[in-house]
Design a protein around this ligand. Structure first.
Ligand code: IMP
Ligand code: MG
Length: 179
């Protein structure tokens, strides 16, 4: 698996150190607030597990399964929700967690859908944010790392469902995503 990578972009100690900082910010902001974390599956699952264990506040956790990618390295432009029911968040503060903000399409669609449930607030936390122009209106309130506009895998992020279990974030060798 490691041999499929061109380089490691962010190693495990760097990720974990950054999570300490993110968790501290979130803990400060949500002190005394009743809040619900909604993690987007599958990409945010490892990020979620490591981040939430660093937040010593009472919270509730829900997961949403959505997809906008269908196997390739570019978004298809359509966001599909895979469940019938939305989490019960009326009047609650919601913190959405996702692995990466790329085009912004996924988070824009999910935020809009959550807003229909009339939460007290919605904020977005992502591990990674790509430096690029976003055509959908979405931004993050908490960001782990800003990265260049390249396709990354590991620490929850996949290419065709593989590489999620790498403990760091890396870039695939170009021939791995060709044809
Ligand atoms: P967006 O809707 O374009 O912002 O991207 C949404 C989803 O695409 C993310 O939650 C990821 O699952 C996936 N994605 C975007 N960029 C990458 C990447 O570089 N590597 C792996 N998955 C990615
Ligand atoms: Mg994916």
């Amino acid at each position: 698996m490691r041999g499929d990578l061109e380089k490691i972009l962010i190693d495990e100690p760097a990720i974990l150190a950054r999570l300490d900082g993110l968790a501290e910010e979130i803990t400060k902001d949500y002190q005394g607030k009743d809040f619900t974390v909604i993690a987007l599956l599958n990409g945010s699952i490892i990020f979620m597990a490591d981040l939430l264990r660093r937040i010593p506040l009472p919270l509730t956790l829900d997961c949403l399964r959505v997809s906008s990618y269908h196997g390739g390295t570019e978004t298809t432009g359509k966001v599909t929700f895979h469940q019938m029911n939305m989490p019960e968040v009326r009047g609650r503060h919601v913190l959405l967690l996702d692995d990466i903000l790329d085009s912004g399409l996924t988070l824009a669609a999910v935020s809009a859908r959550i807003m229909e449930e009339q939460p007290a607030s919605v904020r977005v936390c992502v591990l990674l944010k790509k430096r690029k122009e976003r055509y959908a209106h979405a931004d993050s309130d908490y960001t782990g790392f800003e990265i260049g506009d390249e396709f990354v895998v590991g620490y929850g992020l996949d290419y065709q469902e593989r590489y999620r279990n790498l403990p760091f974030i890396g870039v695939l060798r170009p021939e791995m995503t060709r044809g």
